[in-house]
Design a protein around this ligand. Structure first.
Ligand SMILES: CSC[C@H]1O[C@H](OP(=O)(O)O)[C@H](O)[C@@H]1O
Ligand SMILES: Nc1ncnc2[nH]cnc12
Length: 291
């Protein structure tokens, strides 16, 4: 396989990456439309890195209006093989107070107003989402956190809501009853699309608030989220820096199967594939469609 390239999708409060050299903001065209912004290409400690601010620089785009397909497709076209999402989340558990970093491993997708697949009529595929996060990338993030003295909780379920309004208290309590750990608005369909595009995906969820269920804490506000994110910015930066060398040393394809997720997923008969649809999927599925 070709050299692995780390892509970072920066969420709320993360609009740039410190310490990058040889930087260039470059627009990457996608048949799925415009990505949230240009991609920032650069090097961190000699290792290539591609950064995308999820909501665009200046936080212009709300969760429901993000072009998730264009974002993932552009990352794929930029050569990214592993994506680390850095996301702000609310806590649904007493023991995950604001300031906690969680390396989530499961999602419950409650979003309903987003395009969730690269595939459509003319080319149908069904990938497995049983394990939505790459375990190996999770291991790397956990090791990087330990190396940089950052306490990060391994494992947790992230409830993805549509937003943009925060939850009602009844919803927040329901998600707690479901056993969810954190709540946010963006990681789906991002994780689904990364899987379809055969890229490793993992999330560092930074807890910023107790949503609205906690009797001793006020309901979440943007002001509170931003305040906690600013307090955590240094740790987030240090974690990204510590992840980088681990990606560079990896030479093989993902043993968890992320890089081969489409291998047995396409069900449309070869002679029934719509060439127009296949054409748009040149980056996502070209590996299989060219066979
Ligand atoms: C600014 S609070 C709500 C906002 O923050 C999170 O975004 P991201 O995952 O990109 O950090 C959350 O999902 C909402 O979009
Ligand atoms: N409580 C919350 N709900 C949804 N998204 C969030 N992002 C940060 N905190 C959040």
């Amino acid at each position: 396989m070709t050299k692995p390239v780390l892509g970072i999708i920066g969420g709320s409060g993360v609009y740039d990456i410190d310490g990058l050299t040889k930087t260039e903001w470059r627009h990457v065209d996608s048949p799925f439309g415009a990505a949230s912004d240009a991609l920032l290409f650069g090097e961190l400690d000699g290792q290539q890195l591609v950064f995308l601010p999820r909501h665009g620089r200046g936080h212009r785009i709300p969760p429901s209006e993000l072009n998730y397909r264009a974002n993932i497709d552009a990352m794929k076209r930029a050569g990214v093989s592993e994506i680390v999402s850095v996301s702000a989340v609310g806590s649904l558990k007493e023991e995950l107070p604001p300031g906690t970093f969680v390396i989530v491993d499961q999602f419950i997708d409650r979003t309903f107003a987003r395009t969730k697949s690269f595939f459509e009529t003319g080319l149908v595929a069904h990938v497995s989402m049983a394990h939505p996060v790459c375990g190996r990338l999770g291991d790397i993030i956990e090791t990087a956190a330990q190396e940089s003295g950052i306490v990060a909780v391994r494992g947790g379920t992230y409830l993805v809501m549509e937003g943009p309004q925060f939850s009602t208290q009844a919803e927040s309590n329901l998600y707690r009853q479901w056993g969810c750990d954190v709540i946010g608005m963006t990681n789906m369909p991002e994780a689904k699309l990364a899987r379809e595009a055969e890229m490793c995906y993992a999330t560092v969820a930074m807890v910023t608030d107790y949503d609205c269920w906690h009797p001793d804490h006020d309901a979440v506000t943007v002001e509170q989220v931003v305040k906690v994110l600013l307090e955590n910015a240094d740790r987030a930066r240090a974690l990204v820096k510590a992840i980088v060398p681990h990606i560079g040393h990896r030479q093989d394809t993902c043993a968890k199967g992320c890089h081969t997720a489409l291998e047995h997923a396409i069900i449309t008969h070869k002679d029934k594939i719509d060439p127009m649809v296949a054409g748009k999927l040149d980056a996502v599925a070209g590996r299989l469609l060219k066979r």
